[in-house]
Design a protein around this ligand. Structure first.
Ligand SMILES: C[S@@+](CC[C@H](N)C(=O)[O-])C[C@H]1O[C@@H](n2cnc3c(N)ncnc32)[C@H](O)[C@@H]1O
Length: 291
């Protein structure tokens, strides 16, 4: 059996598996409350400056420079619209695309700027010069990451660049809420607690074997810490509001070395960049090229 047939057989098997886990957890209620969320859960100004540089240098060098956005990130759509750059949002929900428009400065339209597809099984005719995702693989089960990499690789023009902002962990260490919020009060109390210790709180109840966390599990643990007086009402409420908006929602923060290993058959890492944000060490912006 030829290599191509073998890959196709493997791909079909992977797609069949993917279908079973394709729960659309990123639902309309999350989209309609998106203004509750802050960087790192959304792009920061300094991250957008990094992306702006790539968009401007790419569109200057290439005619018909075309961009794909994994999801419907309002800030990314506005950036493309600001510079008149052609783009497609690839999103499994038309409604989320429309709902998230309310958080934009400019207006785009779903007829031209939206392709309804799941990143794990998408097969588009179009090819792109630049593909970007903010916490895209973070909201897809780790077992499906390779399917996403394979699908994104297929969207690439030979000289394409891929930019993925991905929160990654260094090790399998659980920190207590006591430790985390002492860190917050000592070093980051100028920030919203949710934004300031988002990473640490996600990992506090992380299931390292299943490589995922669940917002309702985290909410229950935070509520216990609040009732025990380990965290304040202000600190608890900052997470409660967002975790309740997400509900039964899983996010992952893979081990950095494993994530880079898993993407290496599909992409070359050109640069591990970031914005200038306090969280840049754990939520880097990976600049990739197709293999
Ligand atoms: C990009 S993700 C994460 C949010 C991101 N941090 C942001 O600021 O946009 C959210 C968007 O991706 C879409 N989405 C989530 N999982 C998807 C999947 N497997 N395939 C296609 N779209 C997906 C959701 O509908 C939503 O509009």
């Amino acid at each position: 059996m030829h290599h191509h047939e073998n890959t196709l057989r493997q791909y079909r098997a992977a797609s069949r598996k993917v279908k079973h886990t394709a729960k659309k957890q990123w639902n309309n209620s999350v989209a309609s409350q998106w203004d509750l969320f802050l960087p790192p859960a959304r792009p920061s100004i300094s991250e957008l400056a990094v992306i702006e540089r790539f968009l401007l240098s790419g569109s200057r060098r290439k005619r018909n420079f075309k961009v794909a956005i994994l999801g419907s990130t309002p800030e990314y759509r506005d950036l493309c619209l600001t510079y008149g750059i052609d783009f497609r949002c690839i999103d499994y929900s038309t409604t989320n695309f429309s709902i998230l428009q309310q958080f934009m400065v400019h207006r785009d339209d779903h007829k031209h700027n939206l392709v309804v597809a799941d990143w794990r099984t998408m097969r588009l005719r179009e090819r792109f010069d630049f593909i970007m995702g903010d916490l895209a693989t973070t909201v897809v089960p780790v077992t499906d990451h390779e399917a996403v990499f394979r699908s994104v690789r297929r969207l690439c023009k030979p000289s394409a660049r891929i930019l993925l902002k991905v929160p990654l962990r260094q090790n399998n260490v659980h920190r207590t809420h006591g430790e985390i919020f002492r860190l917050f009060r000592r070093e980051r109390k100028h920030l919203q607690p949710f934004a300031a210790v988002w990473h640490e709180v996600l990992l506090a109840d992380y299931d390292f074997r299943a490589d995922t966390m669940n917002c309702l599990t985290s909410l229950a643990r935070l509520r216990t810490s609040y009732q025990k007086g380990i965290i304040t009402k202000y600190e608890f409420d900052s997470f409660r509001a967002r975790w309740q908006a997400l509900g039964d929602f899983n996010m992952n923060m893979p081990l950095r070395r494993e994530y880079l290993k898993k993407l290496s058959p599909y992409f070359k890492v050109l640069e591990i960049s970031s914005g200038t944000d306090w969280y840049r060490s754990y939520a880097p912006v990976l600049i990739l090229a197709p293999r």
